[in-house]
Write a protein that binds this ligand. Structure first.
Ligand code: GCU
Length: 515
């Protein structure tokens, strides 16, 4: 008798779709491992010969093991790696040397030790437009086309795991296309689904009443008592709503500026937890088995999904695929930076409050630590990254100071493309945990590469130890590398009204009315 597959959806691997085709003969495939995050992390520690990891600091400033917030102790490592010195000691003095020698060296170190490698055999993604909806967006009454698009990853080699990447593209139709698009890590929904006309509503209500009466004839009396009652109603849209106080939402600002946007669901690519590493796209490629030390982590998997979404955009005639940006906040700010760094087809990035594992120098000891990224957050990173949090291991011990690379080099991988760093302020919730100064230092140090490649950096010196941070609400927006700390919280929304004109100008995009 054939064995059929049953699915135990452990709560911890939520959001990750497992194959639901009950016709699959599971006995043909080795089952995928069901690990807790702790079991998965221990498996990786064993592979690396790690016995003990240093615990990460607490984010609570009154806890005894709280993170360091003493600026005099924030820079424990002697120096950050010299961005313009090759491994053989030669100085990188030309753009050509950067592209041919130094950039590949940095990529190799980052892939092996920090974020992991994308395997060579990742199966193909097939994109299907499921729904095309013509909508109007308020305020502004902007006509748009909204497309719900699903990317199915070929899983014929291992049908026990199913990955369907979910996204929604929204493009303004009142401007001449193709338009630039900002891809955002987030949770896709139709902005303003079109609603049936009055006649269609009447048909829906008559049919609905008939079906109900057929199911339960007693209901007829109720409908007869309230003859004008319609059980199905439109959702309320107030055409005469006063303009909202403050700025329009970021998506509204993009559409008003003639940009489209695309929201992509990162958890439809890879779960945001360690237990999910044997499923999702990482698990599918590994046929349900645990990772090897240089395999990709969740951040790299999310960025892979974004690059596949860009493959789709290249086929959509409404979109100018040469003018596509990537955006995210917090963990998705890290993912946006990783995407921009590794995928040169993205023209621009808005990197929101990315902190450690994003723009902040890994070597800094201020707020979130390397030990946080090797602790509960280990699954964002390559397995090899655990080595830098090890206090007892076959190789002794290592700290962040031993890392071959640091985030000024990650930022430099984006050069000379448009790269905007956004932060808020701790008083409003963009916590000190993020180490704003550590990100500023990395951005300053990355500037030398932007200049080497003929672009403009922040416009201050590249002395990352000496340069003072600009005041809050003062943008450094004159170059391809940009910085602005707004006076709000853990969001990049207040910076959109600076980001959009900056990106529009550097991309040479001119919004024109549709013909
Ligand atoms: C935690 C984590 C950060 C992360 C943030 C988030 O604070 O330590 O690295 O950016 O969560 O994504 O919300």
């Amino acid at each position: 008798m054939k064995k059929f597959i049953f699915f135990l959806l452990a709560a911890s691997i939520n959001h990750v779709a497992l194959a639901q085709d009950s016709k699959i003969d599971s006995s043909k495939y080795p089952p995928f491992k069901i690990f807790t995050a702790q079991q998965d992390q221990e498996n990786m520690m064993q592979q690396l010969g790690i016995k003990v990891l240093r615990p990460g600091p607490s984010g609570n400033p009154s806890a005894p093991d709280h993170a360091n917030y003493d600026t005099t102790k924030a820079d424990p490592c002697p120096q950050i790696p010299d961005i313009l010195t090759a491994k053989n000691g030669k100085k990188i003095t030309t753009a050509d040397m950067w592209w041919k020698v130094r950039r590949p060296e940095i990529i190799e170190d980052y892939e092996r030790e920090v974020y992991g490698r994308i395997p060579h055999n990742v199966p193909k993604v097939t994109w299907t437009v499921k729904v095309v909806d013509r909508e109007f967006i308020f305020p502004g009454f902007i006509p748009v086309v909204a497309k719900q698009i699903v990317g199915h990853v070929d899983n014929r080699e291992y049908p026990l795991i199913n990955v369907d990447i979910k996204m929604i593209l929204v493009v303004p139709m009142n401007v001449k296309g193709p338009v630039p698009v900002l891809m955002m890590f987030g949770f896709p929904s139709f902005p303003s689904p079109a609603q049936p006309s009055a006649d269609d509503m009447e048909t829906l209500n008559t049919t609905f009443k008939d079906v109900m009466i057929k199911t339960n004839p007693a209901v007829k009396n109720i409908f007869d008592k309230y003859p004008a009652y319609s059980p199905i109603t439109k959702s309320s849209i107030n055409f005469f709503a006063p303009p909202p106080v403050g700025d329009a939402p970021p998506t509204g600002q993009l559409l008003a500026a003639g940009w489209g946007y695309l929201t992509i669901d990162p958890t439809s690519i890879q779960a945001d937890n360690g237990a999910g590493l044997t499923v999702g796209i990482i698990g599918l490629v590994n046929k349900g088995q645990p990772r090897k030390p240089d395999d990709w982590g969740a951040l790299r998997a999310w960025s892979w999904g974004a690059a596949r979404a860009l493959d789709y955009l290249e086929t959509d005639s409404l979109v100018d695929a040469k003018k596509v940006g990537i955006e995210g906040v917090s963990r998705y700010g890290k993912a946006a930076l990783v995407t921009l760094a590794f995928e040169p087809r993205f023209a621009v990035g808005l990197i929101g409050s990315s902190g450690k594992g994003g723009a902040t120098l890994l070597r800094r000891n201020f707020g979130e630590a390397v030990e946080s990224l090797t602790g509960g957050e280990y699954y964002w990173m390559a397995g090899n990254f655990l080595k830098y949090g090890a206090s007892e291991a076959s190789f002794g011990s290592k700290t962040g100071c031993d890392l071959p690379v640091d985030s000024h080099e990650l930022i430099a991988l984006c050069a000379p493309r448009l790269t905007f760093f956004s932060y808020g302020v701790p008083e409003k919730g963009d916590a000190n945990w993020l180490d704003h100064r550590g990100s500023y230092m990395a951005t300053i140090a990355a500037g030398t590469v932007f200049k080497l490649l003929g672009a403009k950096d922040l416009g201050v010196s590249n002395d990352y130890m000496k340069e003072k941070m600009p005041p809050v609400n003062t943008g450094l927006l004159d170059g391809q590398l940009a910085w602005r700390q707004h006076d709000g919280g853990h969001t990049d929304a207040p910076n959109f009204k600076y980001f959009i004109p900056w990106a529009t100008r550097f991309l040479n995009y001119e919004k024109k009315p549709a013909q």
